[in-house]
Design a protein around this ligand. Structure first.
Ligand code: ADP
Length: 500
């Protein structure tokens, strides 16, 4: 095992990697910008190196400076986390050329899966089903219209370099295609410096189901089942769970084999994720491969009993995976809610400020992967995700009840958060039945966000939630804190799960 690892990231994922290192007896080096000088990840690491001013282009994205910091502190490996430099093939290569280990896949595998079009070609060669569509960038609107005609509307124009839902446009009729192509190209050029756009058939009402894979340097490539991430807003995940209500053991085995085949075709090692759409008839289509640890990895860790971040470090250090595919079966149910500094009742507007009070949920089956504490400043420099609240229970019904209870225990004051949105989802009949698709959230936005409610309605809801919170806590009323937090409209309607 390594003796020292530098973590080229910040926030909750930096802390997550530090914890994995600590349990493996590995010393840690944090990096930080001026904005993060007092951040928890800096304090928890054994050492910390200042890398620049707050904008990430001048700090967390300066690959050479991070490599230099690793060499200076005697770190042998760099863990990139997610986001920032985690999927930059040049960074993985530069780390290797500096004589250090990149805790992730080989640079060549990142490159092979780097554009959506290249990944689609690779998946097709591996025999993994992809969404019907093209694998080459469009030349112009006439070509786009001809291809759309061939697949039938609606189609989706998608940036080859895409990520984070950017550069995507749904086109429902021929008349819209020229304008949609132009705006997708413009968005892609601005976001990725690459305006290549291709066409996919737009699948109506599918689920987003992804397969976690894990490979070592000795030719072992395993899958760790699925995560369902259908609760999305603007193609961005908000809630994830494992397993998926839509996946049978037989389908899991088939999707797992397809993901393993795609990963093998890319020469993959370490942890990665193949994303699929699953349609209503049980057909699945490869979307892309994320060549890094994902935000939602904890739900897999909980149901599989495998510490993915520790295994990332172990396989990067050359260890062989000791598992057999047959022993990797999900146990129970895990759900994750992304706690973001956004105001759901106000169009998910980013909220900034100083966290003046923070009360974290605890108790059986509750995990908090966070990067904040009371006193933390939440600014606009970085992603609005503050933390992830994750629960594990024996059944899905119990996991939902546990998440609801944990969300009620959570109090964040000083910034608006997505907490109340998550409470409403946990209370919603469709979600409780598992009757969701990637369009579900957007179709139910007003009832899930409380947008449009009058101040009076919001106050009534806040009081109701505070009363329920008291009942759950069994403690003295904390109506003030609950009301200040805003609250869930239907908190009182949360039915009790069957015993189990
Ligand atoms: P990004 O890399 O920008 O996140 P993805 O290809 O992973 O883009 O797609 C993000 C989300 O967009 C998916 O989870 C799904 O909700 C939706 N999506 C992508 N492709 C399609 C498609 N062909 N049909 C319907 N929805 C799609």
């Amino acid at each position: 095992m390594f003796s020292k690892v530098l973590i080229a990231n910040r926030g909750e994922i930096a802390l997550r990697v530090i914890r994995a290192c600590q349990e493996l007896g590995v010393r840690t080096v944090a990096v930080y910008s001026d904005a993060d000088a007092r951040a928890p990840h800096v304090r928890e690491a054994d050492e910390a190196v200042h890398v620049g001013p707050p904008p990430s282009a001048q700090s967390y994205l300066l690959g050479d400076r991070l490599i230099e910091a690793a060499k200076r502190t005697g770190a042998e490996a760099i863990h990139p986390g997610y986001g920032f430099l985690s999927e930059r093939e040049w960074f993985a290569r530069a780390v290797r050329e500096a004589g250090l280990t990149f805790v992730g896949p080989p640079a060549e595998a990142i490159e092979a899966m780097g554009s959506k079009t290249a990944a689609r070609q690779l998946a097709i060669r591996a025999g993994t089903p992809v969404v019907p569509g093209t694998t080459e960038p469009l030349r112009d609107a006439a070509e786009a219209a001809a291809i759309a005609e061939q697949y039938g509307y609606p189609v989706l124009l998608k940036a080859a370099a895409g990520g984070g839902g950017k550069g995507m446009r749904v086109v429902r009729a021929a008349g819209e295609i020229a304008g949609a192509l132009e705006s997708a190209q413009r968005e892609a050029r601005n976001a990725f410096g690459d305006d290549a756009v291709y066409v996919e058939k737009y699948i109506e009402g599918p689920r987003h189901v992804e397969i976690q894979v894990l490979g070592d340097r000795h030719g072992n490539m395993l899958h760790l089942g699925e995560r369902e991430c259908s609760v999305q807003r603007r193609h961005q995940k908000m809630i994830e769970e494992a397993p998926s209500v839509a996946v049978t053991p037989e389908l899991r085995a088939r999707m797992g084999a397809a993901a393993v085949a795609a990963a093998r075709a890319a020469g993959y090692e370490n942890a990665g994720t193949c994303e699929f759409l699953l349609d209503r008839d049980g057909n699945f289509y490869f979307l892309e491969m994320n060549t890094r640890i994902q935000v939602e990895h904890p739900v897999t860790e909980l149901v599989m009993g495998v510490d993915l971040v520790q295994w990332q470090l172990r396989v990067a250090a050359g260890e062989a995976l000791p598992f057999r595919q047959e022993e990797l079966e999900p146990r129970g149910w895990a759900i994750e809610c992304r706690i973001t500094s956004e105001d759901p009742s106000n169009g998910f507007l980013p909220s900034t400020g100083r966290i003046s009070y923070l009360h974290l949920p605890t108790g059986p089956g509750v995990r908090w992967d966070g990067g904040i504490e009371a006193g933390s400043e939440v600014g606009l420099y970085y992603d609005p995700m503050l933390a992830k609240l994750i629960v594990h229970a024996r059944t899905r019904e119990l996991a939902i009840a546990r998440m609801h209870r944990a969300l009620l225990e959570l109090t964040v004051e000083g910034v608006e958060t997505s907490r109340d949105f998550h409470l409403r989802v946990m209370e919603h009949d469709d979600f409780r039945r598992g009757d969701i698709s990637i369009q579900w959230l957007e179709q139910h936005l007003p009832e899930l966000t409380g947008a449009g409610a009058s101040d009076e309605e919001k106050l009534v809801a806040a009081i109701a939630a505070a009363l329920v919170a008291d009942r759950v806590r069994g403690g003295p009323p904390r109506a003030a804190a609950g009301a200040a937090n805003g609250a869930s409209n239907g908190a009182a309607a949360m039915p009790a799960p069957a015993a189990g």
